[in-house]
Design a protein around this ligand. Sequence first.
Ligand code: FE
Length: 338
Amino acid sequence: MTPIRVSIFLLAAACALPVPAQEKMLNLYSARHYQTDEALYANFSRKTGIKINRIEGKEDELLERIKNEGANSPADIFITVDAARLAQADALGLFAPVKSKVLEERIPAHLRAPDWFAFSTRARVILYNKAAVDPADVQNYEDLAHPRLKGKVCVRSGAHPYNLSLGSALIHHLGEQKTEEWARGLVANFARAPKGGDTDQIKAVAAGECGVAISNSYYIARLLRSDKPADKQAMEKVGVVWPNQKGFGTHINVSGGGMLKTAPHKEAAVLFLEYLASDEAQAYFANGNNEWPAVKTVNVENPALDALGAFKADTLNVGTLSKNTARAQKIFDRAGWR
Ligand code: FE
């Protein structure tokens, strides 16, 4: 090539770069932090030349920080877990709508809200002590309110987003009145006042303190993959049920994120969201926390998830799901689910 042709070639190559030179970085506020994240972000930077500046923190703290930073927030992307929290950010008007063919094609419609996207899913399942409870008695969420389980049910606080999202789904499927009756029945069946996280409920079921509990699937997968003999022994005592397989399906929740309205690097932000929907990123993102990829064609090799098997998931839209959260909280408060 002559020098002129070379420079034209370079110019053309430069124009083909996905991001303008001034947008070579991305500020990511993330409430998700797993070992596989390093590789996930490094691959994005390698592909696009965009450096990721990561701010990690607890979900509520990050949200508070973005709120306080206001129009001057450097945040481009907010990633967090649970539709209830994503909806909270959305209700505060923090997200900007993103129009992207890639995201529309890759992320199934029920895993997209108007202003944010889900990138992985987790299921809220029922688990039981094999020696104390007949699995036939706990096939549906509704069963947990049946008087035959009196003194047997353990679950974390009714104020936690995981339970509020489940309540939100139940309101959609059963209506408010039935959901309230359910919550009252559930509370009447408590083995103990709600305390601890999902892992504590699993361990209490294994120990026989509770007969049955509700937990997110990745906590079960984590214990199934644990090298600790105590965890292995505990999991042998526990059975897992995919709830509501004959009806609306097992309630699923999501990890997800969106672009902030005040994002200083909007092009980079859209590229990053699209990257999260790529085959490679989906595998990292989901597997990092033993979740399932949002993109249906992506497979992850995860022995614990494989052991749990296939199930029918509720396909209620994540945006719709989160709309009932406040009502779920009122119902749980009235029912005394603290
Ligand atoms: Fe969690």
